[in-house]
Write a protein of this length. Structure first.
Length: 524
């Protein structure tokens, strides 16, 4: 019995159990908020592979080889990871939560097994970072050019082969059919997954020279674009010969499998070519894993260190619970119905009910209605006959990125628009200086200049770290903020005149005293 209680695996059981609970809570958040989207479908697989790698490699680690340097580094990592986890989990910011989990795992490894354990398990920790839920602005900036490149490449190949193909932005037309190159067909998700496959392949198949690994690493992006192009090419041909129903059936998912097969087979071919050019056995290994030291009989993780680690992890869970806000701003200061809040007449602008149109396609509109507490879509007209389209989406719980799906950067691109000329500008109103974002959405002959801003509570904000910080600051004070996205747009090829017209409309909204939309008037 004494030998059993002194065994390292037994003493790791308590902190290991607490760590598993923390990871389980993080996974629960991801499953409800991030993994439900097709763009993040790769993340659970990467996490599962990470767990397998940690278990497999962890069985070969000498957990009795703790050292002062490992204890110091582990303490720092545990402190950073615990703080990040508590803030991220309580404020529903999954990027911070998962980063905290990785730091907690690294800290626990260094604390219990020292630096040698951390070195041996460094690859699973790095691999884990590929499953991070990356911020929307990063995904959008990386995805947009990739979609355009894939669309251009597919159009060029099909045209060269004699097919009747045309392109407008990321919308491809072949024969009587039109296909939108969406994020799932050419986005960051496929790139990350192919990078993960490449890294895992390199890790499991042995060492290579530095130049070999550098070339393969640099080739991952072109290979991902090639694989995405093959997928879109196949879908275009299926649609052209068999109709849109076939192109959007299970063949669409099968083409997704072809994407990864093409990318991985291209990687294998490149690896074989580089190995033929420069045989690996002529060079010393550069990424060989360190040898696992023999276990020290009679030594093991002490109960004191095990209990200390468990206490730190329990404090992390307690801090996360303490920081979780429980007061809903939407209940303390309810948002009135938007149809009553926004007047029918705004200065010289009046609501033209006959011109109201559905500003997004039906499927997107249905998604909007599910995501937000209230929405409003109106068309206003001035005495000169000029029209402005107003769209408002309100969400009562702004703890994550609930309003992201309605942002023009996502909403318009999801409908096949190409976004041009994105810039943030200040609007000088009578009562304040309002920072807004201006875009130009183009699809075929339709040119739609757009002005929009968001709010956290009653304060105006734009997407980015400042809005996220305002959201988290409110949450850390114990209050769950509400938020609104306000979009003003018009149809015009003269963008400067359109933006001036929209500024006039926003000024009329400010004159109406719409403080709930971030347009509070200055008192005289």
């Amino acid at each position: 019995m004494r030998q059993l209680l002194s065994a390292t695996p037994v003493r790791l059981a308590l902190p290991g159990l607490v760590l598993l609970v923390l990871l389980g809570l993080a996974v629960g958040d991801l499953a409800q908020r991030q993994w439900i989207y097709a763009d993040n479908a790769y993340a659970p697989w990467l996490l599962a592979v990470t767990v397998l790698l940690l278990v497999h490699r962890g069985r070969r680690v000498d957990w009795s080889a703790s050292c002062p340097a490992g204890t110091l580094l582990g303490s720092v990592l545990l402190m950073l990871g615990g703080s990040a986890y508590a803030v991220g989990h309580s404020q529903k910011v999954e990027l911070i939560t998962v980063s905290g989990c990785i730091l907690l795992m690294a800290g626990a490894i260094a604390w219990t097994g020292g630096l040698q354990a951390l070195r041996q398990l460094r690859f699973p920790l790095v691999f884990w970072s590929l499953s991070l839920p990356y911020p929307g602005w990063l995904v959008d900036r990386l995805t947009s050019p990739m979609k355009l490149w894939v669309s251009q490449g597919t159009e060029a190949v099909l045209y060269a082969l004699g097919y009747p193909v045309a392109r407008s932005g990321v919308v491809l037309a072949i024969g009587p059919y039109q296909l939108l190159v969406a994020d799932a067909c050419s986005g960051l998700n496929s790139l990350i997954f192919l990078v993960a496959l490449g890294l895992l392949y390199l890790h499991l198949t042995g060492p290579r020279p530095a130049w070999h690994r550098v070339v393969m690493g640099l080739a991952l992006l072109p290979l991902a674009l090639l694989a995405n192009g093959v997928r879109v090419f196949i879908l275009m041909l299926l649609t052209y010969y068999f109709g849109d129903a076939v192109g959007q059936s299970y063949w669409h998912d099968l083409a997704g499998v072809m994407l990864f097969a093409t990318g991985f087979l291209s990687l294998l071919a490149l690896d074989a070519l580089l190995g033929w050019i420069g045989p690996r056995h002529h060079l010393a290994p550069v990424i060989s894993l360190p040898a696992v030291p023999a276990a020290h009989p009679g030594r093991g993780l002490s109960w004191r260190r095990s209990a200390g680690l468990a206490v730190v992890l329990l404090l992390t869970a307690g801090l996360a619970r303490f920081l979780t806000p429980d007061r809903l701003q939407a209940q303390l200061d309810p948002m009135p119905p938007l149809s009553q809040l926004v007047p029918e007449t705004l200065g010289h602008w009046r609501h033209d009910a006959r011109a109201d149109i559905l500003l997004v396609e039906p499927n997107t509109q249905a998604s909007v209605q599910r995501l937000y507490s209230q929405t409003l879509a109106r068309t206003y007209i001035n005495p000169a006959g000029e029209r402005i389209m107003l769209s408002i989406a309100y969400g009562g719980r702004q703890m994550g990125d609930e309003l992201q799906a309605h942002r023009p950067e996502y909403c318009y691109q999801a409908q096949g628009f190409e976004l041009l000329d994105s810039r943030d500008v200040p609007l000088a109103l009578g009562g304040q200086l309002l920072n807004v974002r201006r875009l130009v959405a183009v699809r075929h002959e339709r040119v739609e200049p757009i002005t929009y801003w968001m709010t956290i509570g009653k304060r105006p904000a734009l997407p980015g770290w400042r809005r996220k910080w305002a959201q988290m600051r409110s949450g850390l004070s114990g209050e769950v903020p509400d938020g609104t996205l306000i979009r003003v747009s018009s149809l015009s090829t003269r963008t400067d005149q359109a933006f001036a017209l929209q500024a006039d409309f926003v000024a009329a909204m400010e004159e109406a005293g719409l403080d709930r939309l971030g347009l509070a008037r200055r008192s005289d």
